[in-house]
Design a protein around this ligand. Structure first.
Ligand SMILES: [Zn+2]
Length: 193
């Protein structure tokens, strides 16, 4: 009997909401299968994806004896960019947002067991938390803080612009001897007539 040419294959799959399983192909090496999967992670916002896994199948074996589940991931809404591109590796406990221009990540601290490192490279932010729940809260707090900073800035500009306009209008009205905006508009119309 001839030896089989291919002894094992690597099969990445993703699961959609509703239980539909999408196969991403059958590959001859784990690294190729992994790259295919990670490329898919970048696009998970396009569909309603719940999870993914990477399986190794030994060929020519009947039934599930040939199956080894190598890794599982859960797809979550990213706490920073709010897109469903935040993939949590359920075996090694680490998470990464594959969304472009985000890259929020979370992983176990390699030295301290009960410490979780989190970060957002695009804003050079790093933080440490004691639990996943706490880590998610810290992410959201950071996001709110960033939004508030951006929002306050805009509000200040708008307020300043409005104050300037009001002051200018009042100055003009005093010059014209008018007491209200209605008078000013009325005067404008009568001038045009
Ligand atoms: Zn993100």
């Amino acid at each position: 009997m001839e030896e089989p040419v291919v002894g094992e294959v690597f099969v990445p799959t993703v699961e959609e909401e509703g239980g539909n399983i999408i196969g991403l192909g059958v590959f001859s090496s784990e690294s190729i299968a992994m790259n295919v999967l990670k490329d898919y992670f970048k696009h998970s916002w396009k569909g309603k994806i719940l999870s993914a896994n990477l399986a190794r199948w030994e060929v020519d074996l009947i039934g599930h004896d040939g199956l080894t589940l190598l890794a599982k991931w859960s797809c979550q809404i990213c706490p920073m960019c709010e897109r469903p591109t935040f993939w949590i590796d359920l075996d090694h406990f680490s998470a990464l947002c594959y969304g472009t221009a985000c890259g929020a990540w979370m992983e176990d601290n390699i030295y301290e067991e009960d410490v979780i490192d989190i970060g957002v490279p695009t804003i050079r932010w790093l933080h440490q938390s004691r639990s996943i729940k706490q880590a998610m809260i810290e992410f959201r707090k950071k996001k709110v803080e960033m939004r508030a900073a951006a929002g306050d800035h805009d509000d200040d500009l708008v307020t300043t612009a409005m104050e300037d306009a009001k002051t200018r209008m009042e100055r003009l009205m005093r010059k014209e001897g008018l007491t209200s905006l209605g008078d000013a508009l009325g005067a404008g119309i009568s001038e045009e007539e």
